[in-house]
Design a binder for this molecule. Structure first.
Ligand SMILES: Nc1ncnc2c1ncn2[C@@H]1O[C@H](COP(=O)(O)OP(=O)(O)OP(=O)(O)O)[C@@H](O)[C@H]1O
Ligand SMILES: Nc1ncnc2c1ncn2[C@@H]1O[C@H](COP(=O)(O)OP(=O)(O)OP(=O)(O)O)[C@@H](O)[C@H]1O
Ligand SMILES: [Mg+2]
Ligand SMILES: [Mg+2]
Lengths: 164, 164, 164, 164
């Protein structure tokens, strides 16, 4: 299974029109100038996978994730993550598995799996079966390596403990 | 509990040794339990000797040496229980071009089994990718475009920027 | 006491505005007293709008945008009471190649009056220098060698590293 | 006035033979692989200008600054900083002004100005007249820009206060 595409609607700087980002298997590189939106793509992934801290996504509150431009702010933002599941590694009998999450100006939002509204825990459990864990090291944010380099030995042991 | 920990500890250590030897040829790095008899009474240290001589004191290590050591630890943790995809945001900020090349080659190899999405500002890293996703913003609005390597050369040189 | 502070504050601000406009064309950045009536009762904020639109919330700024803003502040402080020489160690780690170029040009201009010694891993920065000092180590022993730009190209390409 | 050369004797990785690094007016770039010794050159400058924190120079204690290699550790390390004073900006009637500092294995050491042993305060006062201040921003260590970027508004105000 691999990430086929990300569909962003009013998410951070990706607004107000829908933006679809296509990926391939293997080695993808995201390139562009400072401030263009590369790390916002990482934030979109963390968001749709269920991250609960808006500050981790560099926003004061979750409503701060909604595109804020010169023509006023839309009422909601959403991210859809489409997995290519042709090899059926994910336990759903479909070539495409879609996980979605939105957020409204009041900070509330929903999760969706294959278009059906589900709870966050259902998303987390489902991703678990595909070995995708929010606190694993599969999404390494900008600056984390420098933080990891300063880590003290007890924290390092805790990382290993949590994997056991 | 202790058995489970030691099993994971040894797995991470095995991967870390192998990966560091690739990233820092002639060097070695491995994990050390501060308290081997009671792992939970101490932390986990990293012993690194980038050129294979005496172990370097962590404080005296250079920014790039710490970065390579930390990256080896990160890749090792990932390898213990791999996720189907990884997003790495600017992990090469402190590496010299030759070391960026080594990390790029490692990612290229790993990407045959697992999908890698790498954000980078370093041409040496970007040139190694199979798929290039260009991110740009106009008046604060982000969008993406599929690039091939020739586009990249044009983009970088037309901005009057000599290729790194 | 307050007069002296305001004098320096305004000088730093004047330099910062000018420098940021060079590093981030079309953008602006300046200092703001949190408590204009009693400067010592508050701190000093930086308002930055890299593309000249609405001021960006510091939390949402990208790594490179924060870097350019901070560098503008650093150069501004230096300009208030210049020293005869400056040593800058890897100030370009988070800048894209076009921004490295802008910082390199700024340093090149300033270096007509003040000596600059810049440590960098970025070819775009290095290519702008008048004098290249190559540092290398063999078996843990460091030494230096004077390089010219042709040497640098040979060194980088002979290591099998494509020029960035 | 500008930095003409640095002479390092057993300083960090620059041992056990004497190493002389020549600079020119204008824009100098220090280049080389990770771990080669570039930041150690910055440490040498901070050391000879009177820095009192060995941890700032990435050593546990001042004796840790002495070159430690496979053939045993020398008993002392020294750094000489030679200024080109042809324009007589420094208040000494000589084309070259030499500042020196050494450190012995017991951590003690001396300062020299034009070959004469002086106190640290005499060095600091003399440099002051040339507008070289240890806590100015004329030596920006690796990682300082990232730290400065996280600075809170009160600290920022204090920086400006100290300049007034
Ligand atoms: N809700 C929002 N609405 C509009 N723009 C936003 C919003 N949130 C963040 N941004 C903008 O997104 C930009 C940051 O994008 P991002 O961090 O992805 O850049 P980047 O490409 O990673 O840059 P760098 O190479 O410097 O790390 C900032 O300019 C910020 O102002
Ligand atoms: N007293 C000492 N004796 C011998 N080697 C030392 C001593 N102190 C530090 N070193 C070595 O100096 C090296 C660090 O050098 P330095 O930090 O200058 O590298 P650098 O060129 O700045 O690298 P980077 O590009 O990664 O920042 C380390 O490998 C460290 O082990
Ligand atoms: Mg970023
Ligand atoms: Mg360094």
């Amino acid at each position: 299974v691999f990430v086929e595409k990300l569909v962003l609607r009013n998410f951070k700087s990706f607004g107000p029109r829908k933006v679809t980002i296509n990926f391939t298997k293997g080695f993808n590189a995201i390139v562009g100038p400072n401030g263009s939106g590369k790390s916002n793509v990482a934030d979109a992934l963390l968001f749709v996978l269920g991250n609960l801290s808006s500050k981790t996504l560099r926003a004061e509150t979750f409503s701060g994730l909604i595109y804020d431009g010169p023509h006023g702010k839309p009422t909601s933002a959403s991210v859809s993550l489409v997995f290519d599941n042709s090899n059926r590694e994910m336990l759903i009998d479909a070539d495409e598995v879609v996980i979605g999450r939105d957020v409204l100006s009041n900070g509330r939002g929903r999760y969706k799996l294959q278009g059906r509204t589900v709870t966050r825990w259902q998303i987390i459990d489902f991703l678990d079966t595909a070995n995708i864990h929010l606190d694993g090291f599969n999404i390494v944010q900008q600056g984390l390596i420098a933080q990891l380099a300063q880590m003290d030995p007890l924290e390092r042991r805790k990382i290993i403990e949590r994997m056991a | 509990k202790r058995q489970a920990f030691l099993k994971v500890f040894n797995e991470v250590n095995t991967h870390m040794r192998k990966i560091f030897a690739l990233l820092s040829p002639g060097g070695e790095a491995y994990l050390v339990l501060q308290n081997p008899d009671d792992p939970f009474a101490g932390g986990v240290d990293i012993n690194a000797s980038p050129e294979g001589k005496k172990v370097k004191s962590p404080r005296a290590m250079s920014g790039g040496e710490k970065s390579l050591t930390t990256l080896s630890f990160m890749f090792a943790i990932q390898q213990v229980s791999p996720a189907p995809f990884y997003l790495l945001d600017e992990i090469d900020a402190f590496l010299d071009p030759a070391n960026v090349q080594r990390v790029a080659e490692l990612i290229s190899d790993l990407s045959e089994k697992w999908q890698f999405i790498v954000v980078s500002l370093r041409d040496v890293m970007i040139a190694r990718a199979k798929t290039l996703i260009g991110v740009y913003s106009r008046e604060g609005i982000s969008n993406t475009i599929r690039l091939n390597l020739e586009d990249l050369v044009k983009v970088l040189t037309s901005e009057g920027v000599e290729l790194e």
